[in-house]
Design a binder for this molecule. Structure first.
Ligand code: 13P
Length: 335
């Protein structure tokens, strides 16, 4: 495969395919396993991810890249094959979450800044050696009556830009993820408030990327959709699609090759429906696809339940969501 950033980014947004976000930190995957009553150990985490990466039809036809957590990038399947090799064999690009998580921002009650810039150059070099060709960094912005503050928006955007520049120096495509939370507290904001905050955040992020000399052609944006808070859901699917596309057109330069959404707590079907409506209804300068975590994995996780005898059923459930989202990436999904 070509090592040019533009070519890697293009492969990540191959038409009809999208990214599997399987980069839950050990804390987050424990929460997911708690829902099926399974203990989170290195082996159960390996078994779960191996189940997905061996779902051949889904991986070959609908998944262009997989975001991994540090542990998984180094792990081997039960038969000794590195998990990274399973991903490459399916024709997907391996990627790595490199941020250290959103931590309370000093002086800004209720807001966070994402950590992990110290030593990042060295870590990226190691990850490149282990096979990663793209990375992910998530900045988190909460909405309330008084938030976000300009200071928090700016500091998260600056961290994203410094991360993106370091990635490109290392030959790694940065996924730039500024997430305006749908499921934060109190979660009662309107879709128009989400539009305004998302526009503000994206404008700021692209200004910082420019100042940091990041090549837009060699990155992928991972934004939230423009949607109302989870405790005040009123907007129709059509309204979410229309306002999201309008906001992205107002903020994301056409030089960016692709936009891959996070699902952010939307139901599986909503996340699919919204993406399909956008691709079916609008002309856009970038590829528009998915980089879902929960909306791709929830059904497979439930079907698996931690039991070896359920692997085939779990792969089928995962493959179904991958296929539906692959259709949505082309605007061809119908209920
Ligand atoms: P969700 O799709 O579950 O929001 O996760 C995507 C992701 O990678 C968040 O950083």
């Amino acid at each position: 495969m070509s090592e040019r950033l533009e070519d890697i980014a293009a492969a990540m947004v191959t038409p009809g395919q999208g990214i599997l976000a399987a980069d839950e930190s050990s804390g987050t995957i424990k929460k997911r396993f708690d829902t099926i009553g399974l203990e989170s150990t290195a082996d159960t985490r390996r078994d779960y991810r191996e189940m997905m990466f061996r779902a051949e039809d889904a991986m070959k036809n609908h998944i262009s890249g997989v975001i991994l957590y540090d542990e998984t990038l180094r792990q081997k399947a039960a038969d000794g094959t590195p998990l990274v090799d399973l991903i490459k064999a399916a024709g997907a690009v391996p990627g790595i979450k490199v941020d250290g998580g959103a931590k309370p921002l000093a002086g800004f009650a209720g807001e966070t800044v994402t950590e992990g810039l110290d030593g990042l150059r060295e870590r990226l070099a190691e990850y490149h050696g282990l096979g990663a060709r793209f990375a992910k960094w998530r900045g988190v912005i909460s909405i309330s009556k008084d938030l976000p503050s300009w200071g928090a928006v700016k500091q998260n955007a600056q961290a994203l830009a410094r991360y993106a520049a370091l990635c490109q120096e290392a030959g790694i495509v940065p996924i730039v993820e500024p997430e305006v939370l749908m499921d934060g507290q109190p979660g009662d904001h309107s879709i128009d408030r989400c539009y305004d905050v998302t526009e503000w955040v994206l404008k700021t992020v692209f200004a910082e990327l420019y100042d940091a000399r990041v090549s837009l052609e060699g990155m992928v944006l991972k934004p939230n959709m423009v949607i109302d808070g989870k405790n005040a859901r009123k907007a129709s699917r059509e309204e979410v699609a229309e306002k999201t596309v309008r906001c992205l057109k107002a903020t994301v330069p056409a030089a960016v090759p692709g936009i891959a959404f996070l699902s952010g707590g939307q139901s599986d079907e909503e996340a699919t429906a919204h993406l399909s409506l956008m691709n079916a209804g609008f002309d856009m300068p970038w590829a528009l696809t998915f980089s879902y975590g929960r909306a791709l994995q929830a059904a497979g996780l439930k079907a698996w339940g931690g039991k070896p005898e359920n692997v085939a059923a779990a792969q089928q459930a995962f493959a179904h969501r991958a296929k539906m989202n692959g259709l949505a990436a082309k605007g061809d999904w119908n209920k």
